[in-house]
Design a protein around this ligand. Structure first.
Ligand code: GLV
Length: 381
């Protein structure tokens, strides 16, 4: 199957599953523990039915918008993904280029393979940088300064990962960076030559933002162990003030799922919040993102811009989230499948597919502009 034959995100997923070594495919794919929340994210989206409206002139449809004041061709941004450059060599640079060509924001993860500087050097426009707060606050200050020096236009502070939810497959697969030399991993990689070639040719093989800056990062042991020892479990609302005082640009708080937290977040002066349960990778048993969204939008939607992630696989899903109060959505796995399958062209394809689906969904719900999308579009919850 070639790129031309890709009809939907699931097609890209099937190709990525064949091309990307199992340890990395599973890492991106998994949820935590029993994956209840992972499945609820998709299940609850699918249960929301849209109203089919007819005989409305939908010849002109407008999908462009702004996200935190930045022009965007679609109400869509690429979410931060750890180890993106292990799905495909230089994955962060390729995904950033695809997002910029499509006119939407790209978010670089703290836990990326290519560094902030690598991506800034290889791409033309500002991107967003996602921050994980580790115990060494001097390092965090320096990291924020590096993001500012690289002209990142927003800082995305992840607030739902002070400790890591366990993903069983990472333990079973011996998921380390670079990959653990186990016989199973070696055989698996030997059967994925295109992947191996791209990763060997890539700029880096370990965490680009951390290696050389944080002790012990040169020979990363298990990601889970490193996270447990370095991520700061004391992180609290006061730190948000501290981070805001260091960061000259716009701040986005990612990982809000509760109305009480949303109310506090709205008062921090952040430009936006992302309603998210980290793609079902953190608190297993938490509600789906889409079921949390309308309550949060009702409570704080007039005070702070609301973004959404959690299970978006299509333009129809974007429509559902916009209808329930989001102004834009982030996609994670949906673009990672494209990256693993076809590199930059695959990410471009994922964005294009979702954009086209949203366009047709707008037409078939009698919607001409994103501004017209509200709960009227929903047939039943
Ligand atoms: C990191 O963000 C992860 O979910 O693995």
């Amino acid at each position: 199957m070639t790129l031309r034959h890709m009809t939907c995100i699931e097609d890209l997923r099937q190709v990525a599953r064949r091309k990307v070594p199992r340890a990395f495919f599973d890492y991106a794919e998994a949820g935590s523990y029993s994956q209840e929340t992972l499945h609820a994210n998709r299940g609850d989206l699918e249960r929301i039915k849209l109203r089919q409206r007819v005989l409305v002139d939908v010849s002109q449809r407008e999908l462009a918008t702004t996200i935190i004041g930045e022009k965007a061709a679609l109400p869509l941004a690429l979410a931060p993904i750890g180890l993106c450059g292990m799905q495909h060599g230089d994955g962060e640079i390729l995904a950033c280029r695809a997002a910029q060509a499509a006119g939407i924001p790209f978010t670089l993860s703290t836990m990326s393979i290519c560094s902030i500087e690598d991506v800034a050097e290889a791409t033309g426009k500002p991107f967003w940088f996602q921050l994980y707060v580790i115990r060494d606050r001097g390092f965090i200050k320096a990291l924020i300064e590096r993001a500012a020096a690289a002209r990142c236009s927003a800082l995305v502070l992840t607030v739902d990962l002070q400790v890591l939810g366990q993903r069983h497959c990472d333990i079973r697969n011996g998921m380390t960076v670079p990959p653990e030399i186990r016989i199973g991993n070696v055989i698996d990689m030997a059967t994925k030559p295109a992947w191996a070639f791209s990763v060997l040719r890539g700029k880096r093989k370990t965490f680009g933002n951390l290696a050389g800056h944080v002790k012990g990062m040169e020979d990363v042991t298990s990601l889970a162990q490193w996270t447990a020892s370095q991520f700061d479990p004391t992180l609290n609302w006061k730190d948000v003030e501290w981070i805001k005082s260091l960061w000259p640009g716009k701040l986005i708080l990612k990982g809000i799922l509760d109305v009480e937290d949303a109310k506090i977040a709205a008062k921090t002066g952040a430009a936006a919040m992302v309603v998210s349960n980290h793609g079902g990778r953190q608190l297993d048993g938490a509600s789906s993102s889409i079921s949390a969204l309308p309550k949060i939008a009702d409570a704080v939607g007039s005070e702070i811009e609301i973004m959404f992630d959690g299970g978006i696989r299509s333009g129809q899903d974007v429509m559902r989230a916009l209808a329930l109060g989001a102004r834009s959505c982030m996609i994670g796995r949906s673009y990672i499948y494209g990256l693993g399958a076809y590199g930059q062209a695959g990410v471009a394809k994922a964005i294009e597919l979702i954009g086209k689906e949203l366009d047709v969904t707008m037409a078939l719900t009698g919607t001409r502009s994103l501004r017209d999308i509200d709960r009227q579009v929903i047939a039943q919850l």
